[in-house]
Design a protein around this ligand. Structure first.
Ligand SMILES: Cc1ncc(COP(=O)(O)O)c(C=O)c1O
Length: 434
């Protein structure tokens, strides 16, 4: 048994450090279950009161190889003793990581550029698309999330990401995303993917000045509540981009590194985007991101056009090498698919027993639990969602939510079936005793 909560929640030490946080830190950070983390290993987290939990968050879909994996920690500490930073001078760690990343990608993507965080990789993708096409408009989706810099915030299809932070950059054209649970066109019987594709031409015709550089989309929308589009939708988007001669950018910041049960989510539909943004799991806790690109597009930038102080620094590249080794040695992509299917089927079975569990959706180890007031109206229920988050925490399971009411089931990909079952038992107990 992992879960072991021996104090009231929050425990006395968590209360103490939370009050320091309230006094000295900005309250802009995301609200979490009421504990202060101390250390973690694999899927297990200890708080500062010695309570033990199973983690369904992976930070925020980051620690795919598990918390503080010894091989990763070893690679980081060895590299720290050798070389920490040398800006854009090539290092063995960086150039060989570029080679490994390109070899793992579809054939058309033959160049890699390393940055620090996801937003920076997305900003870079937008920048290179503009230079390549000499155009400036970008198509993005309702509900989409691509980061929090001014550029990426402007792409967001949700007001909460940009409220009162305007003006945003101009030239962003927003179009509806095929949400299969809450159809953006209402309760129509028609295929939502087809409806969205049909509407794209209308929306573009109304909003564009005829200067579209690129379209950006997530393989599944994360921050909007883990919305997976219907099969074939992304392939149709790829064709749409080709037909309109614009750059197709796939934002795999959170879906890459095995999260959906494939190394890259694009493998589900054999997609061939022109640019792919990768983040989170590539560092499993270290700040590194990567833009994979077709060389014709990437090489439209001149020397000195794009770089960053910490981009591709040796310590993060050494970490990513260790992570790629761990993926192979521990079969993490396969485990994500296998345990993900197991968790999804047990969670779906809970739907009948819980009046609030409106939808269970996902692929691999990214599953969303849509908590609603009424399964018929699908009205979102943030209040019950928070009750579930707090109750799970009291029973030794750490979860988080997006979009106010969608619980994120995203444990580290190293989770075993026994660990998954223990955590599912906690969730079942909480859902059936609310
Ligand atoms: C799809 C997607 N794109 C971009 C980002 C931004 O990444 P970062 O927070 O590392 O800048 C995120 C972060 O959650 C994301 O989920």
């Amino acid at each position: 048994m992992i879960a072991h909560v021996k104090t009231s929640i929050p425990g006395p030490n968590s209360i103490k450090y939370k009050s320091v946080s309230e006094k000295y830190e900005s309250r802009c950070l995301t609200l979490q279950a009421p504990i202060v983390w101390d250390h973690a290993e694999g899927v297990t987290v200890w708080d500062v009161d010695g309570n033990r939990y199973i983690d369904w968050t992976s930070g925020v879909l980051v620690t795919n190889v598990g918390h503080s994996h010894p091989k990763l920690a070893g690679a980081i500490s060895e590299q720290a003793k050798r070389l920490l930073n040398c800006y854009d001078f090539p290092t063995v760690e960086r150039v060989t990581l570029a080679e490994r990343m390109v070899k793992l990608a579809p054939e058309n993507l033959d160049k890699a550029f390393f940055a620090t965080v996801g937003s920076e990789a997305v900003d870079s993708a937008v920048r290179v698309s503009k230079r390549y096409t000499r155009k400036f408009e970008i198509i993005s989706f309702y509900g989409g999330f691509h980061g929090r810099t001014t550029g990426t915030m402007s792409l967001a299809g949700k007001m909460s990401t940009k409220k009162q932070f305007g003006p945003v950059i101009s030239g962003i054209i927003h179009v509806p995303f095929p949400d299969m649970y809450r159809n953006p066109f209402g309760s129509s019987e028609r295929d939502v993917g087809g409806q969205c594709l049909e509407f794209m031409d209308t929306a573009v015709n109304a909003q564009s000045t005829g200067s579209i550089a690129a379209l950006i989309v997530e393989p599944y929308q994360g921050a909007a509540g883990f919305l997976f589009p219907p099969d074939g939708f992304l392939k149709s988007l790829e064709k749409w981009c080709m037909d309109h001669d614009i750059v197709f950018i796939l934002d795999e910041i959170q879906s890459s590194f095995g999260r959906t049960g494939k190394f890259l989510a694009l493998e589900w539909e054999n997609l061939k985007p022109n640019l792919v943004c990768i983040g989170k799991g590539i560092g499993s806790g270290m700040p590194i991101s990567c833009l994979l690109a077709e060389s014709e597009i990437m090489d439209s930038l001149e020397e000195g056009d794009m770089s960053s102080t910490w981009g591709g620094n040796p310590i993060c590249c050494a970490a990513s090498h260790a992570i790629l080794d761990i993926f192979t040695e521990e079969h993490l992509v396969e485990n994500s698919l296998k345990i993900g299917e197991h968790m999804k089927s047990r969670l779906k079975a809970m739907q009948d027993k819980c009046p609030y569990l409106g939808d269970v959706r996902g692929r691999g180890l990214i599953i969303g639990l849509d908590i609603v007031k009424d399964k018929r109206t699908k009205e979102r229920d943030p209040e019950t969602t928070w009750k579930i988050i707090n109750e799970c925490c009291k029973h030794g399971l750490i979860i988080g939510a997006v979009s106010g009411n969608v619980i994120r089931v995203a444990p580290p990909l190293v989770i075993s079936e026994e660990e998954a079952d223990e955590s599912l038992d906690i969730m079942e107990k909480v859902l059936t005793n609310l």
